[in-house]
Ligand binder design. Sequence first.
Ligand code: MRU
Length: 348
Amino acid sequence: MPVSTIEWEGDFNGSVKIVDQTILPGMLKYISCTDVETVWDAIKKLKVRGAPAIGIAAAMGTFIGIRNIETDSVSEFLNKFEDVISYIGSSRPTAVNLFNALERMKKTANSNENKSVKEIKSILLEEAIKICDEDKASCRSIGTHGAALIKDGMGIITHCNAGGLATADFGTALAPMFTAKEQGKKIHVFVDETRPLLQGARLTAWELMNAEIDATLICDNMAAHVMKNKKVDCVIVGADRIASNGDAANKIGTYGLSILAKEHNIPFYVAAPVSTFDFNIQSGDEIPIEERQPEEVTEGFGMRTAPQGVKVFNPAFDVTPAVNIAAIITEHGIIEKPDREKIKTLID
Ligand code: MRU
């Protein structure tokens, strides 16, 4: 990868270093977050974004939030730890990787309650770094499994950014494409620009061009025309939360793309690590959908494109039903025609 999206820099007193994705592709700039408020703000404002990267930021942010708690009492420490967890959990609601990472940090703290506060703090830093390292391994594995679905000469559509910028390594939906390229396959990728925040245009197009993968940018409303008239052999997207029945939330517009793919008999693949699954919910109906500020729609990137005072609806995600998904590509393998049983069998 040309950039490392998120990493822990230094030791106990170190910081979480992230790429500021709000100013890409114009500028590649890193931010070092040394307090929990800066991490929260970075997640909220999409400086760090993409489900797995948000999960890692949440874990590292938790450590930053607890490292200066001054007490020798483990129970007092654990109470304050809970406050940090709830605070980070209030940043963004949809990507379950964030909550899965917070839950993992919580379990780690609780299962070490017989140790000193100082030791628990160090163990929590190790756990956050482990979450980051595991994500790197998952990306590689998703790449290998997913590349098996890509044949030389294929045309692919992707939506939003589920590449290296959304993870600690080379992504989920883009991972099979990067691996296919490493295997010497020639592919062509249509990149949905992804209104309103243009993660496709700003981030995915940039990543694919850096990797020298043939890519063409399209506006979201061109996808049907492209599927009908150009060579599109599959769609590959990421996910922010997958319910136990296989319904998958991803960036707004993904559901529509899945309907278009069905209409054109094009297989629709979702690539995601196990940390994106939510086994506490039965279906996509239970996935909380983030709604963001109207200004993202009316004056994105500083230019007003709608009348003052117009009513706006700005959901950041939608849910693709499992029936529209040909396969889910995970680090453990591929789940074809996903359903509750198959998901449980592969992931358990
Ligand atoms: O609002 P964002 O940019 O965080 O949304 C990101 C997406 O929808 C991605 O497709 C998803 O998180 C998968 S990232 C590997």
